[in-house]
Design a protein around this ligand. Sequence first.
Ligand SMILES: Cc1ncc(COP(=O)(O)O)c(C=O)c1O
Length: 399
Amino acid sequence: MVSQGDRMLGFGRSMLAQWRLDPEVIYLNHGTVGATPRRVLAKQQEIRDEIERRPSQFLLRELTGIVVGMPRPAAPRLRAAANEMASFVGAKGDDFAFVENATTGVNAVLRSLDLGEGDEVLVTDHVYGAVAKAAAFVTRRQGAHVRSIELPYPVAASDQIVTAVMSAIGPRTRILVLDHITSESALVLPVREIAAGCRSKGVPVLVDGAHAPGALPLDVPSLGVDWYSANLHKWAFTPRPSGFLWAAPMRQQNLHPAVISWGLDQGLSAEFDLTGTRDPSPFLAAPEGIAFLRDLGVDAVRAYNHSLAWEAAQLLSRRWGTKLGMGEEMVGTMATVPLPERMGSTAEDANRLRDALLFEDRIEIQLHAWRDRLWVRVSAQIYNDLSDVERLAAAIEGR
Ligand SMILES: Cc1ncc(COP(=O)(O)O)c(C=O)c1O
């Protein structure tokens, strides 16, 4: 639980002053579209101003290791930022590349795979939809296929997940794609334990960590996975779009970005740092997101968000008379709660209710249909408090 001390730091609705969020809307959707703090946006603007003063010099000579003109003594700007962000997730800069988002990183890994006829890409039934589509695209071009593992849900303990995944691995499994925190069900999966099992069976693991950096303590190399693709623009307070792809040294040789450019075959940094002309300001301002997080207290932020997410789950399920599918152990900074059955069960019901909550009750939240009922996923961020959750509880009760 979060100590009273953390609350006295001022976490809660008063923190909204640090964001540009519309104070008229209760924003319980940070996990879907992260909001960038004012301080980070200011830093990003500073960088954009610097770029615009000398665009060619900045983008062609200073940004990456592939330069126009003579090699420069100073470290490329993107590498300096990559080194800082890598250390935030326990990694070395050489194994870390900025990508626009988790989807881009996952695509790079999947599209670099050399699959054969009959090979399979293993995912779970909690996989993010866009990632499933990327896997389908890659496999269908190579005569391979995607197989989905049904995970136990409701789930009593995370070892049930380990068992389900390990028993699904087959002789043709070429890769396991595993969420660190699942999207709609918001479960923190036992990545380390599953990776250990996969290693013993010779199956490499690609982790989709879209929600993990900033939300969970993260030391990527120690997880024992092969690739880790993640967003920074959700829980690490960096500008949109910014994410990263980490690859174990032994997995870098045949890894290419989805967009091929000048750095082809020159190594991870060269290939991923230059993928055509783009706005590098979200990446270069990313360290400011971490600086903000550190000033607030990384552990205090996490503890507050986790505690609020779990309290929200308990409060909502109690008020709505529904049953949670997970225990606190599998909750990070988001929690998924079943809605009362009378709210409907279809995607159309979900769309209607999500819109009504936003346009009538002024609450923005992730809401979806799954397994014949509707669910909400509450994101807890330091600008939220229990009064936001109470508003959501009452808005549903009033319908
Ligand atoms: C588990 C998971 N993977 C991938 C993504 C995609 O993130 P992005 O659109 O930033 O690439 C999301 C988005 O929320 C997600 O929940």
